[in-house]
Design a protein around this ligand. Structure first.
Ligand code: AHR
Length: 666
């Protein structure tokens, strides 16, 4: 007997040549909006700043002249003699150490340039990034030497040697004084150079030769690169940890970071070599120094500007244990401890205190409201605990409210870690700083790392982390670890675990933060830049997604009464925001397969039938953003309909998804 026609149609719809098509099962997850687990620290997601990869000089600090006061080990590094026409002359580097030990060197330039011009050219930090129609401020300390009559012509030239800006200075005397000039650029170039040309016959002493864009963050003279600060501000970070990292420790104690040498007049801040200058021979950066133009005052000011809690880390009398491991003997620890106490006074003291007064003189009479301080970076073993005890006692005796960040060593497990945690618990320190630079697989496997951490002990500060993917990419000539989608996806999965455990993990920051494309020593990094451009990596967008959507309280998100932390390649966390009355869900699918979902809200009524959704995804784990191609992976925003307390959505394979569901009073 023939089958009726409609039966045939039905069969055709559900059968393929290989058999029946199974409808993909819908994963139902429930958000228990009325069962808050804990509050989220408003400072939960922050920034880790370290002067590595040209992050400060050549990066955030907008100075365009490299080696402006001739204090690099090779005093002429970055400088070249230059002459125009038939002029001649001589450059001598003089040292006045007894007179000025912080800034001993200057250049004595003698010119025989009645026609033409003679002087110096500065190459900048891998060139100077100059933009057409923008204004630039030039300044220099000058005094005359001997008889003569010379003026200075400052000339900005592009990479073809064509003039794109010019200014003149004259009227010098035999007393050191600062001379300034401003000019507009007629061209754009990432590799411009600056000529300082003497015209006439005579000799000038020159020091602190400087060129800044006028367009800096908040238009502060001699300030910070505005595009880079804007990227930080957009993260809405809860805190900024500064100035690192290993840079705090120094290769040896003599090159440790000493905050007092980074405040006060710029010309008195004694330059030192940057420890990353020589650290990695494959990425040796001989011209990497710390001018400290970006010093502790500026870090505090930056934190305030972008609404982040300042989190300085100080040296605890120990140099980097990967390098010399040199320690200050316990009987000589006082100056180190005093530095910590004085730093708190610098940040918070009244203007009648020594260090509070300096803060006021630098332009900030109001306190910076410092609440936290890190003692040491990645320190380990008994020598750390011995020193930490001394710091802890001195700081808590004088400033009991200051929370101390203490080190769990460089790894998230192993001998040092296992020794330090119990010791830090005994000392009842406020925060334990854990670091992990690990593979994507480690991040996925550790999404449950904190589920069983002791809620009553010290809080965790996930102070440095980044997923290091080595998945090959044909564009990656060096075959090194990348800021690719593989890494970002695994970080997001892991971060749902940090968020779910916000009761014990109180703060977290990706590391490192910045890298100059032509001068990096370490990667991956959150933000890449060159002299004119900057880009957000996929990892940046992950940080932004979490930091901009942290809510006020963590709530359970369950699949069949279990957390989502890896089963079926799914990871999730949920918060409520009591201020905006929203349920916030982050849902990460690390498999390549799209997945239909039903998100069910329990314990709250949905207020609007439209849900904000943000997705980050990529079809290839090896994809990443570059300065030339910055939009390979960017967030896509849309609104989705919400029906009868549930949201039906199909999430893409390899995707990170955010939903903000507006509710009635939470
Ligand atoms: O982030 C780069 C380095 O990694 C930091 O300086 C150090 O703390 C860690 O080992």
């Amino acid at each position: 007997m023939k089958k009726p026609f409609f039966m045939a149609l039905l069969l055709a719809a559900v059968l393929t040549p290989h058999g029946p098509v199974k409808a993909q099962p819908v994963t139902k997850i429930t958000i228990q909006a009325n069962k808050p687990i804990c509050e989220v620290n408003p400072a939960m997601w922050g920034i880790f700043f370290e002067d590595i990869n040209f992050a400060a000089d050549g990066g955030l600090y907008a100075e365009l002249v490299k080696n402006r006061s001739f204090e690099f080990l090779k005093p002429m590094m970055g400088w070249k003699e230059t002459r125009q026409g038939n002029a001649s002359g001589k450059i001598l580097i003089e040292n006045r150490n007894d007179e000025n030990s912080n800034n001993p060197r200057f250049a004595r330039v003698s010119a025989n340039a009645e026609t033409g011009a003679y002087g110096l050219t500065n190459e900048g930090f891998r060139g100077m990034g100059i933009t057409k129609d923008k204004s630039y401020n030039f300044s220099v300390m000058v005094r005359t030497f001997g008889e003569g009559n010379v003026k200075i012509r400052v000339e900005l030239v592009n990479s073809n040697g064509e003039k794109i800006g010019e200014a003149s200075l004259s009227g010098f005397t035999d007393k050191w004084a600062k001379y300034t000039a401003s000019f507009k650029s007629s061209g754009t170039d990432a590799k411009a150079r600056l000529n300082i040309l003497l015209e006439g016959k005579g000799t000038l002493d020159l020091d602190m030769i400087s060129l800044f864009p006028q367009d800096t963050w908040k238009n502060r003279p001699n300030g910070l690169r505005s595009d880079l600060v804007q990227l930080l501000a957009d993260l809405k970070p809860g805190f900024i940890r500064f100035p690192g990292g290993c840079i705090v420790e120094g290769h040896e104690l003599a090159t440790r970071y000493q905050w007092k040498k980074t405040v006060g007049n710029i010309e008195d801040r004694k330059l030192i070599i940057n420890r990353w200058n020589t650290e990695f021979p494959a990425h040796s950066t001989p011209d990497y120094f710390q001018s400290y133009g970006l010093g502790f005052f500026e870090y505090f000011q930056l934190s305030e500007d972008i609404g982040a809690e300042p989190l300085p880390i100080i040296n605890c009398g120990m140099a980097c244990q990967y390098n010399t491991g040199e320690v200050a003997q316990l009987s000589e620890l006082d100056p180190y401890v005093q530095d910590a106490l004085d730093l708190i006074e610098f940040a918070n003291g009244t203007t009648s205190t020594k260090w509070g007064k300096l803060r006021a003189e630098m332009g900030h009479p109001a306190p910076f409201n410092l609440k936290m301080l890190g003692v040491g970076n990645e320190q380990w073993d008994e020598q750390y605990i011995e020193r930490l005890k001394i710091f802890q006692k001195a700081i808590k005796d004088k400033y009991p409210d200051i929370k101390l960040i203490t080190s769990a060593g460089p790894s998230p497990d192993g001998k040092q870690f296992n020794y330090l945690w119990p010791e830090l618990k005994k000392l009842n320190t406020d925060f334990v700083d854990e670091h992990y630079y690990k593979s994507p697989d480690w991040f996925l496997k550790n999404a449950q790392r904190y589920d069983n951490y002791d809620r009553k002990g010290p809080k965790v500060f996930a102070g440095e982390y980044a997923s290091h993917s080595t998945k090959a990419n044909k564009n990656d000539k060096n075959g090194e670890v990348m800021n690719n989608w593989d890494a970002a996806l695994s970080e997001a999965a892991f971060m749902t675990g940090l968020e779910r455990n916000a009761e014990v993990v109180n703060m977290a920051s990706y590391a490192p933060l910045f890298a100059h494309e032509e001068a990096w020593q370490w990667r991956p990094n959150l933000i890449w830049f060159d002299n004119l451009r900057s880009i957000a990596t996929p990892n940046y967008y992950v940080q932004k997604l979490f930091a901009n959507n942290k809510g006020t309280n963590v709530v359970p998100v369950l699949l069949n009464n279990e957390i989502l932390a890896g089963k079926d390649s799914l990871y999730a966390s949920a918060n409520i925001d009591k201020k905006t009355n929203e349920v916030i869900v982050k849902l990460i699918n690390v498999s390549a397969k799209p997945q239909p979902f039903e998100i069910i809200i329990e314990g709250a009524s949905v207020a609007k039938k439209s849900v904000y959704c943000q997705t980050l995804s990529s079809d290839k784990l090896t994809n990443f953003n570059t300065l030339d191609n910055p939009k390979t992976i960017v967030p896509i925003e849309k609104n989705l309909p919400f029906k009868s307390n549930r949201l039906s959505v199909k999430v893409e394979g390899s995707s990170i998804n955010l939903f903000r569901i507006p509710c009635k009073k939470l």
